[in-house]
Design a protein around this ligand. Structure first.
Ligand code: SF4
Ligand code: SF4
Length: 82
């Protein structure tokens, strides 16, 4: 999963771009639900939130590193597509 750091300026451009609806407005900054973020695997070649974020504050979560295979499994669970 990716994670939004506290450099987030709450601009809201990432939220509508997420194919998994993993991004929501949190109490202080935007947040990514790690159970829904496939790092865009299954939908796009690159993470769409990272593409649009103006301050570059969405790195991979070092505490939640997932392999490509694991991300595909998550995608399949979320979408029902095998
Ligand atoms: Fe959503 Fe993709 Fe960003 Fe994950 S990487 S939060 S799936 S837009
Ligand atoms: Fe925050 Fe970046 Fe999303 Fe804007 S695009 S709300 S700065 S994470």
């Amino acid at each position: 999963s990716l994670i939004i750091t506290d450099e987030c300026i709450n601009c809201d451009v990432c939220e509508p771009e997420c194919p998994n609806e993993a991004i929501t407005q949190g109490e202080e900054i935007y947040e990514i639900d790690p159970n829904k973020c496939t790092e865009c695997v299954g939908h796009y070649d690159t993470p769409q939130c990272v593409e649009v974020c103006p301050v570059d504050c969405i790195p991979k979560d070092p505490g939640n590193q997932e392999s490509e295979d694991q991300l595909w499994v998550k995608y399949a669970k979320l979408t029902g597509n095998p």
